[in-house]
Design a protein around this ligand. Sequence first.
Ligand SMILES: Cc1ncc(COP(=O)(O)O)c(C=O)c1O
Length: 477
Amino acid sequence: MAVDQTNLAWETLLDLDTASGPRVVRLEQVLRDAVGSGRVPAGATLPASRRLAESLGVSRWVVTEAYGQLVAEGVLEAQVGAGTRVAAGVPPPVPRDLETTASGTVPPLPPRPRFDLRPGIADLRHVPRDAWLRAAREALSTASSTDLATAPTAGHPATRTAVAGHLRRARMVEAPDTAVVVTRGATDAMARVAASLRADGHTHLLVEDPSWPVLRDVARQAGLEPVPVPVDAGGLDVDRLTGAAARTGARAVLLTPAHQFPTGVALSGERREAVLAWARAVDGLVVEDDYDAEFRYDRRPVAALQRLDPERVVLLGSVSKTMSPAFGIGWMVVPTLWRAALGELGRSGAPSVVDQLTFARFLTSGGYDRHLRAARARYRRRHDALAGAVGHRMPAARLHGMAAGLHALLELPDDGDGRVPDAAEVVRAAAARDVGVVDLRRYQARSAARSRTLVLGYGNLVDARLDEAVARLAACV
Ligand SMILES: Cc1ncc(COP(=O)(O)O)c(C=O)c1O
């Protein structure tokens, strides 16, 4: 129910002098406090941005930016044609706080901090809402009765064709349309791959160390024991891979060749060939998690490994990093032999046909490409700003893995007395200053006693807060 708050004295309620930092940050903070304390109740309609800007004496941009951020956080809701209001109930967690799995063995991240440098979240303020709505309208108004009467397990043919076309262009993937299976995302795809591998007699899955714990956990739940293989500056160490495979009998590997998660390195050309040679020799399977290769800043995106041997590689992708995990849309490109098994498993949970048709329309109309271009430019600016701020405020620290994606590694410097820093301590100190960063240990399969490396994400960081976020972090180092 909308509560009319038009008569509230907003300039008193939202006293910007009670917060610090740039105006947009202050407005976000006082709005968050006003909602959190119940002074502005759930359902209350906020003033139009122009009106609030006038009463607070700030620019309208400050207000729209602050509203946008709080909508992304779930504190406010934007309603088409009806302004912005306080969301009902407790603000829902931000999607990548979904960084837990059903088994609960991947510990949840703490609540979202004000200066959010945690990896994993795309820029939620720039989710292409309008373009998606247009695509949905067009898709639904042109869908045939047959489209609406069926839900093919491997995905709607129009979506498979549109995704195949996109991947050929953008990722140089080699595949007929029928090789594409539409999924709910990489996690869903991994669950299907792991179940199929298990049914085929596999008992182990080689995984990069460090890597994203969610996919390891999904494999474990399907009955595959993850076997960690170290990563170095050239990506996955293939000699160690063949050793671990021989020891355990593993014949399948999960890896992130274009942009290793989280170290950011690309798998070298030589190692690409070596992994595929190993897979052919053991009659195995390579699972390529192609999670954020669209965002590359130093050169054209690294081509998918899949194209080098389409019959040995399953490629997984989704819109989670390019738009948001909330869309629940992804894809797999599957070798001929695995198509029946992996397509069939979609019976229980392929995305809705309406969403699939919308995505197909979004792709064929060029909407997705336009979104990616704009997002790439925005992330590049933020990436440059992060590098600049770290260089300025923490000159002794070193940034790695900055060539692509939405995150980087920050290697902490020794302190003045030569003492090796402990990332866990810095994470705690940063949290006390409302800065969210993650210790590299979170992603290690064989966790070291301590690490000196932080993983910094800049996907969803508000630009106006970047410098202060780094300044606060520098104070903890
Ligand atoms: C390494 C990695 N792979 C894949 C994904 C995407 O997973 P999903 O498509 O299930 O959201 C993420 C998202 O955070 C990730 O970090």
